[in-house]
Design a protein around this ligand. Sequence first.
Ligand code: ATP
Ligand code: MG
Length: 250
Amino acid sequence: MSKDVPESHPRYLSLMTRERIACGVEKGITSEHGLIAQGRGEAFDYLIGEKTHLFAQKSIDAALALLLLAEHPVISVNGNVAALSPKEIVALSRAISAKIEVNIFHTSKEREQKIQQELLDSGAEEVLLPSESATISDIDHNRRFVNEEGILKADVVFVPLEDGDRCEALVAGGKKVVTVDLNPLSRTAQTATITIVDNIVRVIPFMIERVEKLRSMQGSSLRKIVSDYDNSSLLKEALAQMQKTLSEEN
Ligand code: ATP
Ligand code: MG
């Protein structure tokens, strides 16, 4: 199908994104539930006009500052992220010196290994998997396993497209959490330390471009970006943008 969609098509990016998710399911990387999550994301993307707004750019700067200041930053990758942005995740992990860990909602050893392989094929040197022994608390049995060298000891975790329960458990465990979530009302968006309300396919390339600028800054400037940041006001800006789109349509 992808060959049939001309780049000039008004929904080109959206159609290509669907294609990548469907391909992820075929390859056994993405779960069928991941298709539903993508659909929910698309509805909110429509409402923000499918672009990276200033509110998302502000969250991206704060996220990069937090990740650059971290002692043990980790990027947690699930089946949707691995299908949509594998190469970009690897490039970002290099730029911010973060480890990559596979962590999926519906536990499956086979799918974890396929995601790991996809990231290795995309240029990652090392991809951690949840271990049998290390766990985070406040979450049900199957989803509590993490890697000792990864999420267990991380101070900042970047978990795009995360489920609310795990986001809450990570925050309750004392970790700072950065997420990407198109729905500003989700529990993840509301619980995370920093929520980037935008589509992951636009966010990660934007972060890679922007990280050079942030890396050239002093630690004190990065700390100021983080301390000035107010996630709840950014979420309100995202909701206001959606309301504006709706009122303009009427
Ligand atoms: P929560 O558990 O946080 O309350 P939820 O149960 O509604 O949220 P989940 O399926 O747990 O949703 O998490 C997926 C989230 O990722 C959704 O909020 C969805 O809007 C968002 N999402 C899906 N695809 C994308 C994408 N491509 N870019 C950014 N966000 C996305
Ligand atoms: Mg959920």
